[in-house]
Every structure is written in structure tokens, then in C-alpha cells.
Design a protein around this ligand. Structure first.
Ligand code: CDP
Length: 224
């Protein structure tokens, strides 16, 4: 059997990449990994231990202790944890600690799935540079802030929409400008702007960008 099919879905904060990745995984029967949730779990671990998210010792200790199956924990979705996630994610030793898990997920998707969909910031550039197909998702920042504000509301977290927008802009700037694994579009990634697209239209657009590559890779896999 030849290599697993890998879809890399990178993009800015709250651009909709997580929802798209989940829908793509369901459509193809692939496994899904929300890599941002790994950094969020590390951040939560540091916060719960009263540590400092920018301290390498504290962050690496938390990174070694995370349980990657706990990504459904709603506590990791707060904006406080998001900010701390961006801080721990800038530390090379934290990224090294999480690297093997992500790489293995791509190579051997759990449940014997034929493929993996991984969303994050550096999937197409660092974790899976040879991915079958790559998407870079973005949307205007006011629209992303509105979506994130609604998500936080649904979690019972009340925030000023302006503050959410400011927070997203700060986090994107930090993610883009860090020296290691910065947020950036891989040269071979297709750009998808979801600003004016509802989720169904965004999913249809993603499929039209990726589907031919996925089908070709699955055909090779079945022949192999
Ligand atoms: O959901 P949202 O887009 O706000 O963020 P996320 O995907 O959960 O990621 C939280 C933070 O983790 C980001 O701001 C990045 O700093 C970091 N991250 C990363 O560095 N590399 C990844 N592959 C995924 C997330």
C-alpha cells in the first residue's frame, strides 16, 4: 500500500480552516488532526501549572505531558488560552516536542484511514511539505473576528467584538513574524478566501481546488 493521502489546511486565526478540515475529513473518510489544539493543550497545561507560556522550561514540560486525544476539551477554546498557545508555539523546543506526533499522524493516519487532513499554520511548509494537496485559508479580519466572537459567545465567553479583532490581529502578526515555522502560504498551496462564503460554499470551493489531486492519489494508492 503506498503512502497515505495528506491534505494540509493552513491559515490565519479563525479563518474557518478547522471546520473545512473536519468536513473534508468526513467527505473522504480521512482522519482529522487539529494541530492548533495541540498548542492550545500545551498552553492550558502551562496555565494550570501557574507557569509562564513564554518560558521554554515551563512550556516543554507541558508539551511532554499533553494527551493529544483531549482536543475536545472546551477549556482550550478561550481567547486567553489562544494567546498563550501563540506564545508556546513560538518556542522551537515546543514545536520539536509536537513534531513527531503530527508527522506520524500524516504518515499513518489513525483507524487505518486512507488519508489525513491536518489543519494549522505550518502543515504545508514544515510538517507535511510533500502533502498530496495544500490549502491556505484566509478571510478579512473583521469577518474572522465576528465568527470568533460568535464562537466565544456560544461557549459562554462574553467579549467585546473590537477586542476579539485586536486579539486576532496581534496573534496573526506574532504567528507570521516568528522566526521558526511562521504562518505563511506554501508556494504550492491553493488560496481560499472565505470572507464572502458560507460554510457550504467554502466547502464546495475547497473541494473544487483539491478533489482532482485527492482522486488521483487515491487511485495510485489503490493500484499500489
Ligand atoms: O483556532 P485559531 O485559528 O484561532 O487557532 P489555532 O489553530 O487553534 O492555533 C492556536 C495557535 O497555535 C496559533 O495562533 C499558532 O500560534 C499556534 N499554531 C502553530 O503555531 N502551528 C500550528 N500548526 C497550529 C497552531
Amino acid at each position: 500500500m503506498s503512502a497515505a493521502v495528506v491534505l494540509a489546511v493552513d491559515g490565519t486565526a479563525a479563518c474557518g480552516k478547522g471546520t473545512l478540515a473536519r468536513l473534508l475529513a468526513r467527505h473522504y473518510g480521512f482522519a482529522h488532526l487539529d494541530s492548533g489544539a495541540l498548542y492550545r493543550l500545551v498552553a492550558l497545561g502551562v496555565i494550570e501549572a501557574n507557569g509562564d507560556p513564554s518560558d521554554e522550561g515551563d512550556a516543554v514540560k507541558a508539551a511532554r505531558a499533553i494527551d493529544p486525544s483531549r482536543t475536545a476539551d472546551s477549556r482550550i477554546r478561550s481567547d486567553v488560552v489562544g494567546r498563550a498557545a501563540s506564545q508556546v508555539a513560538a518556542l522551537p523546543a515546543v514545536r520539536d516536542t509536537l513534531f513527531d506526533y503530527q508527522r506520524q499522524f500524516a504518515k499513518h493516519p489513525p483507524g487505518d484511514a486512507a488519508g489525513a487532513v491536518i489543519d494549522g499554520r505550518d502543515i504545508g511548509t514544515v510538517i507535511a511539505p510533500d502533502a498530496t494537496a495544500k490549502l491556505f485559508v484566509d478571510a478579512r479580519s473583521e469577518i474572522r473576528a465576528r465568527r470568533r466572537w460568535l464562537e466565544l459567545q456560544a461557549l459562554g465567553i462574553n467579549r467585546d467584538e473590537e477586542a476579539v479583532l485586536a486579539e486576532l490581529n496581534i496573534r496573526d502578526a506574532a504567528d507570521r513574524n516568528r522566526p521558526i515555522s511562521p504562518l505563511k502560504q506554501a508556494v504550492d498551496a491553493a488560496l481560499l478566501d472565505t470572507s464572502d462564503l458560507g460554510i457550504d460554499a467554502a466547502f464546495a470551493a475547497a473541494l473544487s481546488l483539491l478533489d482532482h489531486k485527492v482522486k488521483a492519489a487515491l487511485a495510485v494508492r489503490h493500484r499500489g
